[in-house]
Design a binder for this molecule. Structure first.
Ligand SMILES: NC(=O)c1ccc[n+]([C@@H]2O[C@H](COP(=O)([O-])OP(=O)(O)OC[C@H]3O[C@@H](n4cnc5c(N)ncnc54)[C@H](O)[C@@H]3O)[C@@H](O)[C@H]2O)c1
Length: 324
């Protein structure tokens, strides 16, 4: 039986991961630490499992009398429009958050971290393998996010080298799905909420920039397998994503086609928006046999659109007090 801490568990991916982990019988207690910056209490308020506790606060300042067998550090916004607004805060969440959480890990425990494909910057190789060292501008407008992820990776792999901590770092590529905030600002959720409200989808630049869109259920399946399996000898970072590369414009057109009356408008490109993004999944397929991000974007978008429709049609009553 394990005591688990999930930072960022009220966020988009974190809340799906909490759902998934509570389906396991080998967890004694699961503590979510979240300051509700970009996350929402309602993302986990449907859970009435007595093993779950929510601690509202900053992960970098979190104190606990408990020591944890496994710590999953997800606390950090992932949307550029959120993290660019408060760069110091995003650095603290990632780097100071990891430093603090390391003090709460039991000897022999495991530390898992959600890094990002942004560590590859604007890549000059495509697809990007884990061995690619990236092309990141440490002075640019995205650097608070990109560099804090890189710095946290450095911190954790150093802890692995010097203290033998079992470290599991995933580099996630673009993830989308239900429970993204309506005002999240990333492409899929933005296009869907625009299609359902104003009817005008905003594409930054010409939309030729490509991404690899991973549906959240597939990604959480990969996370659970990598974070949970004891017998993994791989000690480095691992790409997790969908390797079907699709342009932003193609996604916008697909969503516009699903909501009659919507149209596409082009706005100036976002600063330093990467031109391409595709994970090399050779390693993931080898060390997580049977795992595949198999849900195509067409299907994942239909599911996300249905969720957004329900959300925008009227807030469902949520059992806030189901979570202590
Ligand atoms: N969604 C993606 O496409 C994507 C891609 C690459 C990496 N990631 C990584 O996955 C993780 C989760 O991303 P997400 O899309 O669910 O983002 P999200 O913004 O929905 O969730 C982040 C959660 O962390 C919380 N948080 C932020 N700062 C905190 C702090 N200092 N203390 C406590 N809680 C804090 C937020 O309130 C939120 O609940 C992040 O680490 C992100 O960098 C996500």
């Amino acid at each position: 039986m394990r005591n688990i801490l999930v930072s960022g568990g009220c966020g988009f991916i974190g809340s799906h991961l909490v759902d998934r982990l509570l389906g396991r019988s080998d967890i004694d207690r699961l503590v979510v630490v979240d300051n509700l910056w970009t996350g929402l209490r309602e993302n986990i308020s449907h859970i009435a499992d007595p093993r779950l506790t929510l601690e509202v606060g900053d992960v970098e300042a979190f104190r606990s009398p408990l020591q944890f067998d496994e710590i999953l550090h997800l606390a950090s916004p992932a949307s550029p429009s959120w993290y660019m607004r408060e760069p110091v805060r995003v650095i603290k969440a990632n780097v100071a958050g990891a430093l603090n959480l390391l003090t709460l890990l039991k000897p022999g425990g495991r530390f898992c971290f959600t890094s990002t494909s942004e560590v590859y910057g604007d890549p000059s190789v495509n697809p990007q393998p884990e061995s690619y060292r990236g092309s990141v501008d440490c002075t640019g407008p995205r650097s608070s996010y990109d560099e804090s992820k890189r710095c946290t990776e450095a911190l954790l792999f150093e802890a692995q080298r010097t203290s033998g901590i079992d470290v599991r770092v995933v580099r996630l590529f673009n993830v989308y799905g239900p429970r993204t905030r309506v005002d999240d600002g990333r492409a899929v959720s933005n296009f869907i909420s625009q299609a359902l409200t104003t009817g005008v989808l905003t594409v930054y630049g010409d939309g030729a920039q490509s991404r690899s869109w991973g549906y959240v259920d597939d990604i959480v399946d990969g996370l659970e397998r990598f974070f949970w399996r004891d017998v993994i000898s791989h000690r480095g970072p691992l790409n997790i994503g969908n390797d079907r590369e699709i342009s932003v414009l193609q996604v916008a057109r697909y969503i516009a086609g699903l909501v009659p009356g919507s149209s596409i408008q082009h706005h100036p490109a976002m600063p330093q928006d990467p031109t391409n993004r595709r994970p090399d999944l050779t390693l993931a397929r080898r060390i997580l046999p049977g795992w595949e991000a198999g849900i195509p974007y067409e299907e994942g978008i239909l599911r996300t659109l249905a969720w957004f429709r329900e959300k925008l049609d009227g807030p469902k009553a949520c059992a806030e007090d189901a979570v202590s």
